[in-house]
Design a protein around this ligand. Sequence first.
Ligand SMILES: [Mn+2]
Length: 320
Amino acid sequence: MNSKFRAILKRIREYDEIVIARHIGPDPDAIASQIALRDAIRLRFPSKKVYAVGNPVAKYKYYGTLDKVDETKLNDPLLFVLDCPNISRIDCANIELYTEVIKIDHHPFEDKMGDIEWVDEKSTSVAEMITEFLIATRFRANKAIAKNLFMGVVSDSDRFLFSTTTPKTFELMAILIKNSKLDITEAYDNLYLRPLNEVKFQSYIAEHFSVTSNGFASLKIDKKIIQKYGVDAGTASNLVNNFNNIEEIYAWALVSYDEKQKLYKVNIRSRGPIINEVAAKYNGGGHPKSSGARIQKLADVNKLLKDLDAVCKEYKKNKK
Ligand SMILES: [Mn+2]
């Protein structure tokens, strides 16, 4: 067992009150990882109080329920922060209130949060990292835990399509499926079943994308369209992965306006050019080929789109 795993296991043994948090606006990897880790710790150490915290998301309720906890009333607690590189984006947990903090993440490093920082940018997902940890440290995974971990990996690797997918990813998934007799079809149904209006909205996006001669596609989605298709504001962000593997498009971005936060949300994907460095210039970040930004002014959104077109141009030129 490596020293990192030993150190994390030691903390889990030592602390009786453990909180597991993740980023705001969770995706399946974030929410599945925190619930799986919570349930695995509870299964092995039934006397410990373990909570998975954060604002619940209705459409992800099949991962399990989240816990509400008054942090100020905890006694000598340990905090896990999953899938979240920056302190400002932690949902419902204040790192100041914890005796120790352990971060497990696969985004490029941003803020130091605590005593143990396990960051692996090469991993498909935090769910894969948690899977590796649980197997190496001999935790048991029941069917629900295994299913959550599997869905986290599948979702963040886009069903094993992304280049972060390695032989290790498959080896870990094989152990999970075998040991827990996981029904993968059921897991896929949870992830991929979707309403017709969402499919129609996806067609609208494909129909209205503006594609440059450099292979950059973008679309600004206004409120009226969201209302017309009866989807919610977050749907555009979720659909962005569905535009991969299109011959004429190297990188693509969907822009939507978040009324609550008064910000433009830009979701960017790429099948070649490195885009997170561009997003970083506009208060954004993420992975080299999967990234995003939150921007106040429309003028800056337009500048970002221009810069993305420029990296596509460069990429296309070098490819020849
Ligand atoms: Mn993730």
